[in-house]
Design a protein around this ligand. Structure first.
Ligand code: SF4
Length: 249
């Protein structure tokens, strides 16, 4: 082992029903390492800092370029991506923990299904099903396309849900990411076909009224998505929608 080491303190849990515990690791330092590199190093030689053999730490990652959202975890108290967090840029010892808003699977792996279920609930897609060629879609004005591009950067990583005090296992609140996707698809020329259904969905249980306006979400989003702007726009849209509905009935 080289002289310089990286010190990690990792919260672990063998399965959803067992008790969490922590283990410390000291691994050889290399410049420009990210957190996933550290976990791979532990996987190669799963021995704790005090020399005890252990099981490799389990984590999830896919793209390693902050696009898939799979390697979200809490690093030194902040929800972020293991792939884009560089050891040289953070303090040691580095504390890793799984996100607490989602059910634990094992070690740093959590089950983010609640977010995907919310995306289904709000129909977060453009309805273009068909076996035939529909031709090119309608064009969007450049200024709309630009902000829509910012919203579509969401990688369902779950960091904004983890940071939100109103999202928890005890609350049905869907959280900022699915809400922001409602704004994205409602403003799309074809996506707008489901506009009213989406607004109805976020006016129900676990919807927009559960937002407590803490604004934590926008501070942790790795993609810098203007989540609070989306929520404010949806507050206006849902108010207008309920007034329209009132006069229709
Ligand atoms: Fe992650 Fe940002 Fe999407 Fe929330 S809005 S899930 S923090 S990318």
């Amino acid at each position: 082992m080289s002289e310089k080491t990286i010190h990690l303190i990792i919260k672990r849990q063998a399965d959803p029903n067992s008790q969490p515990y922590t283990e410390e690791f000291k691994i050889p330092y290399r410049p420009n390492m990210n957190i996933i590199g550290c976990l791979m190093e532990i996987q190669k030689n799963p021995v704790t800092a005090d020399g005890k053999e252990t099981t490799p730490v389990a984590w999830e990652s896919v793209c390693l370029e902050e696009v898939c959202g799979a390697c979200s975890m809490v690093i030194n108290g902040r929800p972020r991506q293991g792939c884009s967090t560089l050891v040289d840029k953070i303090q040691q010892p580095i504390r890793l923990a799984p996100m607490s808003t989602f059910p634990i699977v094992r070690d740093l792996i959590v089950d983010r299904s609640r977010m995907f279920e919310s995306l289904k609930k709000v129909k977060a897609w453009v309805p273009i099903d068909g076996t035939w060629d529909l031709g090119p879609g309608p064009r969007m004005p450049e200024k709309d396309r630009r902000w829509a591009y910012e919203l579509q950067k969401c990688m369902t990583c779950g960091c904004c849900l983890e940071a939100c005090p109103n999202v928890s296992s005890k609350s049905p609140f869907m959280g900022p990411a699915p809400l922001s996707q409602v704004r994205l698809f409602n403003e799309h020329p074809t996506g707008a076909m489901h506009r009213e259904e989406r607004l109805d969905a976020i006016m129900g249980e676990g919807g927009i009224t559960d937002c407590g306006n803490s604004q934590n979400c926008v501070q942790v989003c790795p993609k810098g998505i203007p989540l609070t702007t989306s929520i404010a726009a949806l507050n206006n849209a849902t108010t207008a929608h309920s007034i329209r509905r009132f006069f229709k009935n």
